[in-house]
Design a protein around this ligand. Structure first.
Ligand code: T5A
Length: 228
């Protein structure tokens, strides 16, 4: 049984995984489930979440930093994260609001570190500066074959009537995305107390139920709350 102060503590939950695995979809669904139970909660994303971090997002995803190399891009992601944590995430957690983030520091570990080859000492030093102790309480890793996730992204582009141009990272080769997937799984194995891996190759409803089960198991204070 949790004591009262612990029961009231706002939680920080991150969603991670490769391109198109369904992170944004499930962040929205979890936010809805929390708000239905009158839990104060917000959703945000990385890179981005604050005006300055969104400016860095546009710069990177347009490919303008690509020629600078993965190390410089890791620094840019960390600069965006520093602003995001200090201006949005930490103040909300302090005020008792749960924060759900669509990607966070594990994306830098996986994309720039394990897949991009940036020295782990740089990744860890940037992480310490940017997070300033705000490590997620729970990280939900959504895992599936990159080929299947790409099909989803392509279908979404067709439905939206958009050309499938892809951002800076979506353009990488399939092999690169397979290594990325292994990188996320390695992070989860190394952090079993924080990370849970769920198959993203199930329906949106089934995955939502699996996430809710994982969240209520980790935070039992939610289990007794009925939706309004
Ligand atoms: N990056 C980011 C780094 O390199 N380092 C870093 O430190 C950080 C923070 C961000 C890019 O930046 C890189 C990683 C990324 O390349 P982004 O636009 O945020 O760019 O990229 P993604 O996170 O990949 O965003 P996507 O929108 O492409 O993927 P999502 O959020 O995983 O997927 P979602 O929910 O949008 O769903 C995709 C499609 O699939 C359908 C949805 O309706 C949608 O059409 N779908 C499902 N279909 C069937 N079954 C399900 N269960 C489904 N769930 C969703």
């Amino acid at each position: 049984m949790l004591d009262a102060p612990q029961a009231r503590r706002a939680r920080f939950i991150t969603f991670e995984g490769g391109e198109g695995v369904g992170k944004s979809t499930q962040v929205k669904r979890l936010l809805h489930s929390l708000q239905q139970r009158s839990v104060s909660a917000i959703r945000t994303r990385e890179p981005g979440g604050t005006p300055k971090a969104e400016a860095i997002r546009s710069f990177i995803l347009q490919g303008r930093s690509e020629s600078w190399g993965a190390g410089a891009e890791a620094v840019l992601f960390a600069a965006a994260r520093y602003d995001h944590v200090s201006q949005l995430i930490a103040p909300n957690l302090r005020a008792g609001t749960w924060v759900l983030s669509d990607r966070f520091h594990d994306s830098t570990r996986a994309y720039q570190g394990l897949t991009g080859g940036v020295d782990v000492r740089l990744i860890e030093a940037l992480e310490r500066l940017a997070l300033d102790g705000n490590t997620p309480d729970l990280t939900i890793m959504l895992d599936m074959e990159p080929e299947a996730a790409f099909r989803r992204v392509a279908e979404r582009a067709i439905e939206d009537g958009l050309a499938l141009t892809g951002d800076r990272f979506e353009k990488e080769e399939l092999d690169w995305h397979k290594r990325l997937r292994q990188g996320f799984l390695a992070i989860a194995r190394a952090n079993p107390g924080r990370c849970i891996v769920l198959s993203a190759a199930q329906s949106e409803d089934a995955l939502e139920a699996a996430i809710w089960e994982a969240v209520t198991t980790r935070f039992p204070e939610l289990a007794g709350m009925s939706p309004a």
